[in-house]
Design a protein around this ligand. Structure first.
Ligand code: 4NP
Length: 160
């Protein structure tokens, strides 16, 4: 099983969106038994909450199922997940600091590192400014690229 964790600040807007979008792509590719997907926040402000209204609207518009609640990233996550995918550079730095504190050597990627034709590094935080459709477009581009990368890197494991 390949395990992918999306990480933002609150785990109520961007990373749940990435989790749902990526899980949907994985399901469409027939890979749900081989790739596990989850999300978490670096902060604990919103632990236990459902996704924010803007993200729930995106789920409705794009027909994406989602049942998760916000949780904070843990040290166990750093060990358990193969791909740590941050939604922005500040999330990436926070996760890198956690890894360093624990003495774990593992890369942290930004989701948009994988997005073809996107020239911004960070998925903007929609919590204050909205613009959820723009966030969705970026998240989708990143998730498409990430899945392609994983399929290529693990072709032996993912052969159907
Ligand atoms: P997220 O958005 O990191 O995409 O879930 C945010 C959610 C909450 C806060 C900031 C960003 N907050 O400051 O509470």
């Amino acid at each position: 099983m390949i395990k992918v964790l999306f990480i933002c600040l609150g785990n109520i807007c961007r990373s749940p969106m990435a989790e749902a979008v990526f899980a949907d792509l994985v399901a469409q590719a027939g890979l749900s038994d081989a790739i596990a997907v989850d999300s978490a926040g670096t902060a604990r402000y919103h632990v236990g909450e459902p996704p924010c209204p803007g993200t729930q609207r995106i789920f409705k518009t794009h027909n994406l199922p989602y049942a998760g609640r916000a949780r904070q990233i843990s040290v166990a996550d750093l060990h358990a997940f193969d791909y740590l995918i941050a939604l922005d550079s500040s999330n990436k730095i926070d996760v890198q600091s956690m890894l360093a504190r624990e003495g774990i050597e593992k890369p942290v990627y930004r989701l948009l590192d994988f997005a073809a034709g996107v020239d911004v590094p960070d998925v903007p935080d929609p919590y204050y400014v909205g613009n959820f459709e723009k966030v969705y477009d970026l998240v989708l581009a990143g998730c498409v690229g990430l899945l392609a990368r994983i399929e290529k890197a693990h072709a032996d494991l993912l052969q159907k």
